[in-house]
Design a protein around this ligand. Structure first.
Ligand code: ASP
Ligand code: MG
Length: 418
């Protein structure tokens, strides 16, 4: 009997009616002869509500108290789902992260999983029970409850699937899977039946917020087979594959991802000494400010301009820090811009096809969109543009790469799905 891990997101558990539907789906799989382990998120909106209480009471967000409060949302939904399964005459056991246990480090609010004891889960399944696990949480070696970071129940699900060597980890959500781009912006976006892990990593860190990027890391490390699918539909969703089949190479571009989460800084007039670039980036790192794209230009008089992006939420901290560092690195000026968006054209097929970047620039030129930064990798061309033109850019690129016409066994149209 294969082990299937099913994870239900907050929108799939947002009411008692939906929790009952999830229970039915769990039982459907059990009746197909699988051993099922269920991981749940908190009911939609609940973690935000708890986070607001924490803020109102001025509790530090990375403290044990804060994590104790945050972890309750998942404990409630796990208990309710467990009861719904019982009401359908199947036996389920409810677990908080602490009861399994899932052992993490002690970085409260963004803990990392160190190990998982799967013995009680195995015991349950062997005696016909369905374990229902509260996602997003664990405990330190000392026994304090930790949470894994917002969106972290994906991490619980994939980590459990890895530990249990599950046949498949199914992520049930309120979208049908991974689309060629956001269907809210492009109506005829297509559902991808398969996506490679690398593409998924680019998609999820770029704002196609389907899977937590750290869950994607787990997939890579442990070769977990993950499928993203709609909780209320009966289609196959999107399977995240580890292999790039030859068929996938024919698909030059798989999707257009975008994000409005970044802000841009340009430090002007830094003398061309590597030590200054190091000093600047090291200071950012020490303050835990993540930097995404970095571009450095050196003019003929050996003076550098350094441009980079940070998360919008780190903008103010970054600005204060950079103002302080400016004299130390002998820079002349600092420019910032928060009205930016990043658009990325993604596809493993790019490895074996040329001209993709040129086509991106041509498409944007024709739409009158200028680019502030360009950055490329083997499977991605990203550009930073003014945020007001984001939708125009996404539509133009989706159209230019004919993603609405993708017709292979690898895609489903929205119409077929709904
Ligand atoms: N409930 C948590 C959150 O809202 C974890 C999750 O849903 O994955 O961030
Ligand atoms: Mg999520």
């Amino acid at each position: 009997m294969a082990i299937i891990v099913q994870k239900y997101g907050g929108t799939s558990l947002s009411s008692i009616v939906k929790i009952k539907l999830a229970a039915k789906k769990v039982i459907e799989y059990k009746q197909l002869g699988h051993k099922v382990v269920v991981v749940v998120s908190a009911m939609a909106g609940e973690t935000n509500r708890l986070a607001n209480l924490i803020k109102e009471m001025s509790i530090a967000i990375n403290s044990p108290q804060s994590d104790l409060i945050l972890s309750t949302g998942e404990q409630v939904s796990a208990s309710l789902l467990c009861a719904a399964i019982h009401n359908l005459d199947f036996i389920a056991t409810v677990y908080a992260g602490t009861n399994i246990p899932i052992i993490t480090n002690n970085c409260f609010s963004r803990a990392r999983i160190n190990r998982i004891d799967i013995s009680s889960l195995i015991e349950d399944m062997n005696s016909g029970k369905i374990p229902v696990v509260a996602g997003f949480q664990g405990k330190t070696e000392k026994g304090e409850i930790t949470t894994l970071g917002r969106g972290g129940s994906d991490i619980t699900a994939v980590a459990l699937a890895a530990a249990l060597e599950a046949e498949e980890c199914q992520i049930y959500t309120d979208v049908s899977g991974v689309y060629t781009t956001d269907p809210k912006i492009v109506k005829d976006a297509k559902l991808l039946k398969h996506i490679t892990l690398e593409e998924m990593l680019e998609m999820s860190s770029l704002g196609a917020k389907i899977l937590h990027p750290r869950a994607v890391e787990f997939i890579a490390k442990h070769a977990v087979k993950v499928r993203v699918l709609h909780a209320l539909e009966n289609n196959q969703g999107t399977l995240i594959t580890l292999d790039e089949s030859p068929l996938m190479e024919e698909r030059v571009v798989s999707g257009i991802a975008f994000s409005k989460d970044d802000a841009l800084f340009t430090i002007k007039g830094i003398p061309n000494k590597t030590e200054y670039t190091y000093k600047l980036l090291n200071a950012m790192g020490k303050h835990h400010i993540d930097i995404d794209i970095i571009v450095q230009n050196t003019s003929s008089d050996a003076i550098n301009d350094l441009t980079f992006t940070v998360h919008k939420e780190d903008f103010h901290r970054s600005k204060i820090l950079l103002d302080k560092i400016l004299p130390e690195i002998k820079a002349v000026d600092i420019i910032h811009d928060i009205n930016i968006a990043k658009v990325s054209v993604i596809g493993v097929g790019m490895r074996s096809h040329c001209g993709v970047a040129a086509q991106v620039f041509n498409t944007l030129a024709k739409s009158g969109i200028s680019m502030k930064i360009i950055s490329t990798s083997e499977i991605k061309v990203s550009v930073v543009i003014v945020d007001s033109l984001l939708d125009t850019a996404v539509r133009a690129l989706h159209n230019s790469f004919k993603l609405h016409e993708l017709s292979s066994p690898l895609v489903d149209s929205l119409a077929e799905v709904n």
